[in-house]
Design a protein around this ligand. Structure first.
Ligand code: HEC
Length: 104
């Protein structure tokens, strides 16, 4: 009986961990990126237009690899701010994974 409860707890913890991992990228995006890149990644915000951000499904952006996207987020490019030191490598990876979901 006790064993079963322990197993259930463990599975619940694992599931909770997975969910918060997926939400981290989305939460980071909403608080730090959305004002320029837009809620759906279309860069259709005033800040997106004035900084000339492209929609994430632009053919040029679709050609970029995950490593390229991580590199731009880390080191910045033109008006895109660098997030090195502001976000951890893991956070950058999560937020880029979230961007990938916006490209579909
Ligand atoms: C101040 C507005 C602004 C903010 C805030 C911003 N970006 Fe950008 N981002 C840009 C612009 C402008 C570009 C295009 C840069 C260029 O000309 O190559 C860009 C480009 C990118 C690219 C490369 C692909 C592309 O569209 O050219 C990625 C990936 C990216 N941003 C991710 C992020 C992430 C992740 C965040 C939040 C952590 C973020 N950006 C926050 C303005 C912004």
């Amino acid at each position: 009986m006790l064993k079963r409860i322990t197993v259930t707890c463990f599975v619940t913890l694992l599931a909770a961990g997975t969910v918060s991992f997926a939400q981290d990228g989305a939460a980071t995006y909403k608080s730090k990126c959305q004002m320029c890149h837009g809620a759906t990644g279309m860069a259709d915000t005033p800040a997106g237009k004035s900084t000339k951000a492209r929609p994430f499904n632009d053919p040029e952006v679709m050609k970029m690899s995950e490593a390229d996207l991580i590199n731009v987020t880390t080191n910045g490019h033109n008006k895109m701010p660098a997030y090195k030191g502001k976000l951890t490598d893991a956070q950058i990876k999560d937020v880029v994974a979230y961007i990938k979901t916006l490209q579909k």
